[in-house]
Design a protein around this ligand. Structure first.
Ligand SMILES: Nc1ncnc2c1ncn2[C@@H]1O[C@H](COP(=O)(O)OP(=O)(O)O)[C@@H](O)[C@H]1O
Ligand SMILES: [Mg+2]
Length: 380
């Protein structure tokens, strides 16, 4: 019926209005001074992440993923902007404070494992506990052993890293990241150096940790891996793409997603207020970012309102007249308080002109919707 086929992932929609205040980035900039001049690697990033979320961060090489994760972990500092994690102003900590804070609040897993080569797997896992002076010395060994068991390599506890396979080293690195039971795990291309089977095992480990309540941020350039996380952040040229646009129009390239993001306007509507009016000239394309709207066919003109469908958070509308030409073919009214993002007609048309796949998908949806309206009209 009157519905987009590509519905956004419901499990994530449930979280759309959830409390996302565990991690807050506010207008974060990172500018590198290079011999060639100043280079802006992060360009005004805003981001909120909640407790228990599993978030993948995706972008092509050089888009700013590592820079972003380094800001979050306090490994590097923003040139400008604020980073709050669990109430701590991470951007205000000095180096020593950052190290202590990270030791208990954030487990970090890198692409190249970064185990200390002269220490056994067990000693590597013990290290964060020693550093933060958590647990008694006797407890530390037992705990390190438990963690190595959890990641499935207890039998290699007394081996040096270079006697372990890559996947085993990464498991040891994950055990080390869990040593002080931090609420957040941040990881940069954790499977980038692993074969696909080992990568799969590492992903399952992350999924188990999320089930146990950990919050995980995973940088990757692999779109398939990224999809394993219920929420994906796309970064391009140091800017974060609007998540609703990325989900509603998944065939757009990262570059076009960012182009759309820069042209979005946010609007709000009170319950009952019309967003689109049948027979008006079209001027915008909409995606609902909060609440729901209802579609009505007015037939005969000016008389009866026939309910057609509900449009939920994450879904788009307003494409029909922009694609097919002519006037608005139905009225859309806010059913609750509604927030939408809107793209003006020209911005919308520019976008679909540059993405044949997106145009085809929108035409398909618009065609189905037109069909449903025609059938309803004929059935009266
Ligand atoms: N220390 C640095 N000095 C100068 N430029 C840097 C530095 N680190 C990263 N960059 C530049 O910032 C951009 C983003 O880099 P990075 O965050 O590593 O991207 P990604 O991890 O997405 O590949 C790249 O163009 C990179 O060359
Ligand atoms: Mg990187």
């Amino acid at each position: 019926m009157f519905r987009t086929k590509r519905k956004s992932n419901n499990s994530n929609d449930d979280k759309i209005n959830a409390d996302r205040s565990l991690i807050k980035l506010r207008n974060v900039f990172k500018v590198y001074d290079t011999p060639a001049g100043r280079f802006t690697a992060l360009n005004g990033v805003d981001l909120n992440i909640g407790t228990g979320e599993f978030v993948s961060i995706i972008g092509k090489s050089g888009s700013g993923k590592t820079t972003l994760i380094n800001m979050l972990t306090g490994i590097d500092r923003p040139t400008q902007g604020e980073i709050f994690i669990g109430g701590t102003a991470v951007h205000d900590l000095n180096e020593g404070q950052t190290a202590t804070w990270r030791g208990t609040h954030m487990g970090v897993v890198f692409q190249f494992f970064q185990l200390l080569p002269t220490l056994t797997a067990l000693e590597n896992v013990r290290l964060p506990m020693d550093f933060c002076n958590l647990y008694t010395p006797a407890e530390r060994n037992a705990r390190a052993m438990q963690l190595l068991d959890l990641v499935g390599i207890a039998e290699y506890a007394h081996k040096l890293p270079n006697h372990l396979a890559g996947g085993q080293q990464q498991r040891a690195a994950i055990a080390r990241a869990l040593a002080n039971d931090p609420p957040i795990i941040a990881t940069d291309e954790p499977t980038g150096n692993l074969d696909s089977r080992t990568a799969e095992a590492v992903m399952q480990l992350f999924e188990d940790l999320v089930k146990q309540g950990k919050t995980i941020l995973m940088v990757t350039h692999d779109e398939d891996l990224a999809r394993r996380a219920p929420r994906t952040i796309v970064i391009h040229d140091g800017e974060i793409v609007n998540e609703y646009v990325a989900k509603a129009l998944p065939m757009l390239s990262h570059e076009l997603l960012l182009q759309a993001t820069r042209q979005l306007e946010t609007r709000t509507f009170a319950p009952g207020e019309p967003i689109i009016v049948q027979d008006a000239e079209p001027d915008e394309f909409f995606i609902i970012t909060s609440g729901e709207a209802k579609v009505y066919l007015i037939e005969p003109p000016g008389q009866y309102e026939i309910f057609m469908d509900t449009i939920h958070t994450g879904q788009y509308f307003g494409e029909m007249a922009l694609i097919h030409g002519g006037k608005r073919s139905a009225t859309v009214r806010a059913a609750t308080s509604v927030e939408v993002i809107a793209l003006r007609q020209q911005a919308f048309l520019d976008l679909i002109e540059q993405s044949e796949e997106t145009r085809a998908e929108l035409e398909r949806v618009a065609g189905e919707r037109r069909q449903a309206l025609a059938e309803t009209r004929n059935g009266i």
